[in-house]
Design a protein around this ligand. Structure first.
Ligand SMILES: C=CC1=C(C)c2cc3[nH]c(cc4nc(cc5[nH]c(cc1n2)c(C)c5CCC(=O)O)C(CCC(=O)O)=C4C)c(C)c3C=C
Ligand SMILES: [Fe+2]
Ligand SMILES: [Fe+2]
Length: 329
């Protein structure tokens, strides 16, 4: 066996193993206990999490998962597997050599340990970690870093590591997003709605304490609008998926969609640039829940533009990131 020059570790959030209350409970228990995600003081948060959230939320959220579940499992995992295979094929084509590409989730499976062992068994000594989050946030990207470090704790010897922190303004990312919008317009005979870019939110406090996430979301949005030649008043960015009682980044997607018809906006095209793969938060919250918010408030057409998923230009972006970040390896 020839030793590969390096391996790639694709990392994403993780998702339940099944659309059942028990599986969702296990998933949420692990996810919401991470201090990178919820930084509330521990003894109190333990009581709230176990006494309230994990009692009532799993049943409700499991219904949402059941409504989007696919034959191969949770959409996030099914799409991540397709991204992994496509990237492997493209790297082989571009570099003329077989580069191992593994997938790991911060929460649940496949775990960082499983993926790391597979890379080690393939003879990999250098790993490029590519978290599938275009914009950096402590709650996502930094959590990948922590989880990987934990997985490596028992290794007697470490691989050489490089870590892609973010790619929010990478020209190939902006172009892929713009392409996806252009194709969506073409598909609808050139009809263009008011373009909404809806990002997963975070507590405002995290941003006040230095999380660069909103600045990066703003930069992405501005660049996409420029690439599409959109003017003021033709687009807007918002934040979705609030959790808990404290203030999150604003403007909120749901509130905005309920206000827009009052301001004369009746046609909306909505995309979610922070999600590299469609998942519960896009397929259920954006496609279904928020459609109801907009139409219920008097909106006429509401069209969801899918995440970049395994589009060719998205996989080409990953390959470019890999090439850039493995210079000299
Ligand atoms: C509680 C705080 C949360 C923060 C902060 C947060 C940030 C954040 N999340 C994503 C991407 C995803 N989140 C997803 C689901 C999800 N997120 C939270 C909570 C926070 N997220 C919860 C509780 C859930 C589970 C569903 C629910 O109970 O409502 C997903 C989807 C996973 C799937 O299985 O489909 C993604 C992806 C980003 C990008 C982000 C900050 C930038
Ligand atoms: Fe989330
Ligand atoms: Fe949600």
């Amino acid at each position: 066996m020839t030793t590969p020059r390096f391996g790639v570790l694709l990392a994403n959030l993780g998702t339940p193993d099944a659309p059942t209350p028990e599986a969702v409970r296990r998933y949420l228990a692990e996810f919401l206990w991470d201090e990178r995600v919820v930084d509330a003081p521990r003894p109190l948060w333990w009581l709230i999490l176990n006494g309230v959230i994990l009692r009532f939320r799993p049943a409700k959220v499991a219904k949402g998962y059941a409504s989007v579940w696919q034959e191969g499992g949770s959409p996030l995992l099914v799409i991540a597997r397709r991204q992994q295979q496509a990237l492997k094929a493209l790297l082989a084509e571009r570099l003329g050599e077989a580069i191992p590409v593994e997938l790991a989730m911060t929460y649940g499976r496949p775990s960082m340990e499983e993926a790391g062992l597979r890379l080690r068994d393939a003879g990999v000594e250098r790993i490029l970690v590519l978290p599938l989050y275009p914009q950096f946030s402590r709650s996502t990207t930094a959590a990948v870093f922590d989880r990987l470090a934990r997985a490596l704790k028992r290794c007697p010897h470490l691989p050489e590591l490089r870590f892609v922190r973010d790619y929010h303004d990478h020209p190939a990312y902006i172009e892929a997003l713009a392409n996806s919008v252009r194709e969506h317009w073409q598909h609808h005979e050139g009809q263009r709605g008011y373009l909404m870019m809806s990002y997963h939110g975070i507590p405002k406090r995290y941003a006040d304490n230095g999380d660069p996430y909103p600045r990066q979301c703003e930069a992405t949005s501005r660049l996409v609008a420029e690439a599409l030649g959109l003017k003021e008043g033709e687009w807007q960015m918002t934040y979705q998926s609030r959790f808990g009682r404290e203030e999150w980044l604003k403007p909120y997607t749901d509130h905005t969609l309920m206000e827009l018809p009052k301001q004369g906006v009746e046609h909306v095209d909505i995309m979610s640039p922070a999600f590299s793969a469609d998942c519960l938060e896009t397929l259920e919250e954006l496609e279904v829940e928020n459609r109801e918010n907009f139409i219920g408030a008097g909106g006429k057409t509401y069209r969801y533009i899918p995440a970049l998923n395994d589009r060719d230009d998205h996989i080409a972006l990953f390959a470019s990131l890999v090439e850039q970040h493995t210079q000299g390896w």
